[in-house]
Design a protein around this ligand. Structure first.
Ligand code: URA
Ligand code: SF4
Length: 185
């Protein structure tokens, strides 16, 4: 039952959530952070070790890469709401399971309904599959795609920048394009 609504109410529920087995191995749940009127919401895959330690999203090296990409769209980290498909770290950073993603989905849905961002950036294949189960990043990356009253922009995951030079260039181009979309609408 939604109690205190608003982002803080949702975050408070997430921090004590036991709806899936990831609650047993997490140190801290990571609800997400950012302003309630953010024009852009960024959805990653899942917290990693640093995020689990600190209870904040994208604080490791993927976070630095994300901040660099956001700046190409003319955005600071503090302008966007940053969260993940699942709010608790999967053991060993494995990909979240379908049952975990389904259990956690209502939190993401409520965050989307509260913020109503202009654009929802989906980072990586897990975030893409959450909303477009039959689509691939190869075909949808960088393309604004409407569904259920929201505009999604799928992107490759910034973790790929660590080992893949050509994906880095694609990510940089796609974030530059996002900046143009923001300024034009
Ligand atoms: N990778 C993600 O997908 N999310 C985080 O919060 C950190 C790294
Ligand atoms: Fe709850 Fe989501 Fe954490 Fe699972 S991953 S325990 S559903 S907050």
């Amino acid at each position: 039952m939604p109690s205190a609504e608003g982002l803080e109410g949702i975050a408070a529920e997430v921090r004590v959530c036991v709806l899936c087995p990831l609650s047993k191995t997490r140190k801290n749940a990571v609800p997400g952070e950012g302003p309630s009127d953010a024009p852009v919401m960024v959805v990653g895959e899942a917290p990693g070790a640093n995020e689990d330690q600190q209870g904040r999203p994208f604080v490791g090296s993927a976070g630095r890469n994300l901040e660099d990409l956001l700046s190409r769209a003319g955005l600071a980290r503090s302008n966007v709401f940053i969260t993940n498909v699942v709010k608790c770290r999967p053991p060993g950073n494995r990909r979240p399971l379908k049952g975990e993603m389904d259990a956690c989905h209502p939190y993401l849905r409520r965050q989307l309904e509260t913020i109503k961002p202009k654009f929802v950036v989906l980072l990586g294949d897990a975030a893409l599959k959450e909303f477009f189960p039959d689509s691939s990043l190869a075909s949808l990356h960088g393309k604004p795609t409407k569904r259920g009253g929201l505009t999604f922009v799928p992107m490759y995951h910034p973790a790929a920048m660590i080992y893949n030079r050509s994906l880095t260039q694609t990510l940089e181009e796609d974030f530059t394009k996002l900046g143009k979309l923001l300024r034009s609408g």
